[in-house]
Design a protein around this ligand. Sequence first.
Ligand SMILES: [Zn+2]
Length: 205
Amino acid sequence: MDCNIIKDLLPLYLDDCCSEESRAAVEEHLKECGECKKAFDAMNSAAFQTIEEPYTPKPLSRINDWKASVLQSLLLFFSFIVITVGVALEAATPVGVENSFWAFSLVIPATGFLISLANWYFIRIYPSKAVFSNSSWALTLLVTVIAFLWTCFHYGMLPWDIFFRMIDPNDTFRVFWALGIVFTLLLCVLSKWASQKYAKLLGKE
Ligand SMILES: [Zn+2]
């Protein structure tokens, strides 16, 4: 490409305002042309020094703040719906041990997820996006396990009773527990993914 065109593009390139194609063309040209590389270096060190500085905290945009709040609210709403549906289904089933299946398959995993969302309000105390995201899904799992143990106690079951019922092929309700485990794993994945997105929107590195 012509050197003059490249020189016209350099300021846009440095401001990150040009298209993918122009960006690739400039980079390609700078590799081959010493004169344009010199012009680029001069521009880069003089007027655009701050761009090269690492760890410059990005100013948070209000739009991203708003998007992060919407994301968190949608997930809170989703967990509330699942818990409400689970509690309603549980209330509609006969009292007794069978009464607990909706609790195990829907209410407990959704509760673990809901509580992990409350942790999102404390994102500022986490040193990095990775630590925040990992603590988010780990908290989902931890609360789910605690709620599971509590529910076993509440329904007068021992956790290993459920284990033995799960491996018993004649026990039709093991489908519910399998659902609960799958749902818990899905929520852990959702928690990891969504918390990363949330942290990114808030400019957390
Ligand atoms: Zn050139």
